[in-house]
Design a protein. Structure first.
Length: 129
């Protein structure tokens, strides 16, 4: 019984302890927001990469036929294209693949600029010391 009482007293002191201003405070709401945000970002990245690489054969399966059409060795009809949007043949799903590529390139450009800005600020801070 004494052990249980001492455990309860310890827990009461630990929970009721005043916050030390020098220690960081971890808010469960912030942690939950980070977890939800991370899962949403991973889901969006998965969707974009799946659309780019897998949806209706992916973008790379359309690159070879497009190259042959551009150099003139074959026509669109040779790859099953009869007219958009119903009989696309080998080029079925190219709008989704291309849209995902544009979005991913945009994200990479934005992240690269953010990185360059942060690197520039860090360099300025080091030089000012």
């Amino acid at each position: 019984m004494r052990r249980l009482k001492s455990l309860i007293d310890f827990c009461a002191r630990w929970i009721g302890e005043e916050d030390d201003p020098s220690r960081p405070i971890y808010d469960p709401v912030h942690l939950a927001a980070v977890l939800v945000g991370s899962l949403a970002a991973l889901g969006a990245l998965y969707w974009l990469l799946w659309t780019l690489l897998v949806y209706d054969g992916g973008l790379f399966s359309k690159a070879g036929p497009l190259f042959h059409v551009l150099i003139g060795s074959k026509t669109l009809a040779d790859y099953g294209y009869r007219g958009s949007p119903y009989q696309m043949g080998a080029f079925r799903g190219w709008m989704g693949n291309l849209g995902a590529l544009v979005i991913l390139v945009g994200i990479v450009i934005v992240l690269h600029r953010k990185y360059q800005d942060a690197a520039g600020k860090a360099k300025e801070d080091r030089e000012s010391r």
